[in-house]
Design a protein around this ligand. Structure first.
Ligand code: PGA
Length: 249
């Protein structure tokens, strides 16, 4: 019932020239994908990516968005600016932003609301650190992050939001959560959504991706788990062949 969605997170990689090469190679490789396919790129690559993927099955996302409509926020980009470019998705609350750029549950919530209000689809990231996992705090952290992110967001919006569960210790480390651990942890998030909205909404309308060293080798096993509705792919999204193998799992 929940359609899988696989999104690339390019992070701070790819110039416009590199974007042209990567997207040109990617388009034919993913054209028959059964899942929704998204590439999230740096701001400077968005216009190129949107232009090149027009009429294909690839959607384009940004990697962050500011919560204000406009104003004195030097260096920031608003949701309206992204929509005007033809961007459809936006990653919000990635652990790198939480770690290096003072992102909090409250700012994640503000960004998600602004994105939705402008018609963007947020990919909201949650996930525990290694210390939190070792201290037995996985549930506490994920419930807090999920409730914080969705504070005041209407049930009607659930079809327009994707959650990405990314254990911080699995990002860019080559360490994947086992399929079982990923599945069981995502169940905690889904149960939290059931509590916040309704069990049926959580079951039928909330798509939850796994992210963290997902690649062509482990994608099948992860995607076979009932709770996992897709992936947020960092490193493996930078090579067209690797990303296409994940998308065509
Ligand atoms: P990774 O990154 O696939 O390189 O681990 C995932 C992410 O940070 O979204």
């Amino acid at each position: 019932m929940r359609k899988a969605i696989i999104a690339g997170n390019w992070k701070m990689n790819n110039t416009i020239a590199e974007t042209k090469a990567l997207v040109t190679e990617l388009i034919p490789l993913v054209k028959d994908a059964q899942c929704d396919v998204v590439i999230c790129t740096p701001y400077t690559d968005l216009a190129t990516a949107v232009e090149m993927t027009r009429g294909t099955n690839i959607k384009v996302g940004a990697e962050n968005v500011h919560w204000a409509e406009k104003g004195a926020f030097t260096g920031e980009i608003s949701a309206k600016m992204l929509v005007e470019l033809g961007v459809e998705y936006v990653i919000i609350g990635h652990s790198e932003r939480r770690q290096y750029f003072a992102e909090t549950d409250a700012t994640v919530n503000a960004r998600a609301k602004a994105a939705l209000a402008a018609g963007l689809k947020p990919i909201v990231c949650v996930g525990e650190t290694l210390e939190e996992r070792e201290a037995g705090k996985v549930k506490e952290v994920l419930v807090r992050q999920t409730k914080g992110a969705f504070e005041g967001i209407d049930k009607e919006e659930l079809d327009n939001i994707v959650i990405a569960y990314e254990p911080v210790w699995a990002i860019g480390t080559g360490k994947t959560a086992t399929a079982e651990v990923a599945n069981d942890t995502i169940a905690i998030i889904r149960n939290t959504m059931a509590e916040l909205y309704c069990p049926k909404c959580a079951e039928n309308r909330v798509r939850i991706q796994y992210g963290g060293s997902m690649n062509p080798k482990n994608v099948k096993e992860l995607m076979a788990m009932p709770q996992i509705d897709g992936g947020l792919i960092g490193g493996a999204s930078l090579k067209a062949v690797d990303f296409s193998q994940v998308v065509n799992y």
